[in-house]
Design a protein around this ligand. Structure first.
Ligand code: F6R
Length: 591
């Protein structure tokens, strides 16, 4: 979603800002803009589409020592140049870039209009620059503080004033980070941007503001008391964002899956991440709720199955945006587990706050170690998947399933069931068995009018995830459902141009799935059976795709891989970009 860069330096400020703005591309955006200060004047350039369009409008050697820039993912108002940030106050003294949503912007707009201030854009952000311009407080830090008290909703803000070489920053429920060294300072909504030029960075605390200039960073709390913070070191996570030999991040990240899974097992064997999940922590836990969005929600569904099966504690999965509004049955005897790759998904973060307010024990499973969800949960389990850049989440999903498996084994062991152990043999698994055949299967998808994914139990979840992957990067409309539900409605769609993937990795459910295959075949549909079981040729199945069969009960971690590759290959055949699908953002920081 939207991204922020602010920079102060002696040389190459425009160049540095654009270079770092490009690092935010992966988060998804529709337009971008920059504001540079020179001779007490703010110069703004904006462009719709790729950052390269903006780049072509800028003189890279423009002599400025301070600037701000933004990638906008439209929420309020169309994708056009006027709505693109930075926004300038009517008196041309303030420029602002904003991530988040100002809920009371219409009310503020009305008040500003009454004062004779004209607003040009349809955004909720332009009001902020104008509120700064009309504030009567005696210094700019106090003005920013006053303005934040007037804003409802969420924000990460970075502002500059035409007369100063200072960045003014503030945040509420939307992340913002700042780094400082002798000759430069940088503000970003993503700390991965700091890895080239800085050794460490600060997390701006929620509801706080800061001023950033060549003398350093001054942090203020809600009462304008100065805060002394400890910086975070830039770790390998922030540094691992190079594409290397791959054409796309999606390809790179899928290929990293075996390595990531092995790393997780080694990491969890050597570091005691579970040390706080002990007998006393679990003593009064009566139920477990797993909460996430999209792919992370699918991981929650598998996690609930692992946990219930291994620990015999009731476990259920919830979509975060639903969980928040259903008055969930959560109290001090509930363990709420939040899953998120980015650790910033607004609905998941706000669900975490809701669960905490109801007294639940909270555990976060996140990939981004410094994220808001990681900082707010009682206990954090790292995904150890390395940075994920492609919007389509792949390796993070497999990693979530592995961490959930290890967690379930750990809780089972605490409850004296020692029959389960951590998987030891992932290095012997052929994760990409028969992967070359996906090319042919992708042609089947392209030739079909309708694509379906069906399965039972964990395979149903794989069907959901397979459908989500295909939809999000190929724009093919497809349907995922439990095999048993077909005849309750959806089978009416099946005809000769239908392709149905039947996923079957559980011996007990194979015959049921094959019955569903026969029902589809009888109506002219084409069947691809994806299985790790010994299936003889079957007249109702057009194509059998065999995946490897692990010793442990981790087949869902494997069975999704052909579908991740299928989405990737089909996307390339359709000529789309697998890393940056339209309308989507990597980090969904708005509700
Ligand atoms: C799908 C995808 C999304 C995310 C979802 C949650 O490929 O990327 O469905 O899984 O937006 O994001 P996180 O895991 O960052 O909370």
């Amino acid at each position: 979603m939207c991204g922020i860069i602010g920079y102060i330096g002696q040389n190459d400020v425009a160049k540095k800002i654009l270079h770092n703005l490009k690092k935010l591309e992966y988060r998804g955006y529709d337009s971008s803009g920059i504001c540079l200060k020179k001779n007490n004047t703010l110069f703004v350039k904006k462009s719709v589409g790729e950052i390269s369009n903006l780049q072509s409008k800028i003189n890279i050697n423009f002599n400025s020592h301070v600037g701000i820039a933004h990638t906008r993912w439209a929420t309020h108002g169309k994708v056009n140049v006027t709505n693109t940030h930075p926004h300038i106050s009517q008196d041309k003294m303030w420029a602002v870039v904003h991530n988040g949503i100002i809920e009371n912007y219409l009310e503020i707009t009305k008040q500003l209009k009454e004062k004779g201030i004209h607003l040009y854009s349809e955004t909720d952000s332009e009001v902020i620059a104008n509120l700064m311009a009309i504030s009567q407080k005696q210094n700019n830090a106090l003005k920013l503080h006053e303005v934040t008290t007037l804003l409802h909703g969420s924000y990460a803000l970075c502002l500059i004033n035409a007369k100063e070489e200072t960045l003014y920053i503030a945040r509420r429920h939307s992340p913002l980070y700042v780094a400082h060294k002798d000759d430069a300072c940088m503000v970003s909504s993503d700390p991965a941007c700091f890895s080239e030029d800085f050794h460490d960075y600060y997390v701006l605390p929620d509801e706080c503001i800061a001023t950033v200039n060549s003398d350093g960073v001054t942090f203020y709390d809600q009462n304008m008391k100065i805060l002394h913070l400890t910086p975070c070191e830039i770790g390998t996570f922030e540094k691992s964002s190079e594409l290397g030999k791959y054409s796309y991040y999606a390809e790179k990240e899928i290929s990293e899956i075996p390595h990531v899974l092995n790393d997780i097992i080694l990491n969890y064997q050597t570091v005691d991440h579970f040390k706080h999940i002990n007998k006393s922590f679990l003593k009064h836990i009566k139920s477990i709720k797993l909460i996430g969005c999209g792919t992370a929600y699918h991981a929650c569904m598998i996690g609930a199955k692992y946990l219930e099966k291994f620990t015999k504690i009731e476990a259920n999965a919830y979509i975060a945006s639903e969980f928040r509004y259903q008055n969930p049955m959560v109290d001090k005897n509930t363990l709420c587990i939040f899953l998120s790759q980015s650790g910033e998904t607004a609905d998941t973060l706000l669900s975490l706050e809701l669960a905490k307010s109801k007294g639940a024990k909270t555990l976060a499973i996140v990939n981004v170690p410094y994220s808001s969800i990681a900082r707010n949960a009682d206990i954090v389990l790292p995904l150890c998947a390395g940075i994920e850049i492609a919007v389509m989440s792949t390796k993070a999903y497999n990693a979530m399933l592995m961490v959930l498996y290890l967690l379930s084994v750990h809780i089972a062991n605490i409850n004296n069931d020692f029959s389960l152990t951590f998987p030891s043999e992932v290095k012997y698994i052929n994760f990409f068995k028969n992967i070359e055949k996906i090319d042919e299967i992708s042609d089947l998808v392209l030739k079909s009018d309708k694509t379906f994914f069906i399965g039972r139990g964990e395979d149903y979840v794989t069907a959901l995830e397979a459908g989500l992957k295909l939809k999000e990067i190929t724009y093919i409309n497809c349907v995922s459902l439990p095999s048993g539900e077909l005849k309750h409605g959806t089978i009416s769609l099946i005809d000769k141009k239908s392709l149905v993937f039947v996923i079957s990795t559980d011996e007990k459910l194979l015959s049921k799935n094959l019955t569903s295959a026969s029902e589809i075949k009888a109506r002219g549909g084409k069947i691809v059976l994806v299985t790790n079981l010994d299936v003889q040729d079957n007249k109702d199945v057009d194509y059998i795709y065999k995946i490897d069969r692990p010793k442990e009960e981790i087949s869902s971690i494997l069975s999704v891989i052909p579908f991740q590759v299928l989405a990737y290959k089909t996307c390339l055949k359709k000529g789309y970009s697998p890393d940056k699908p339209r309308n989507l953002a990597k980090s969904v920081t708005v509700e």
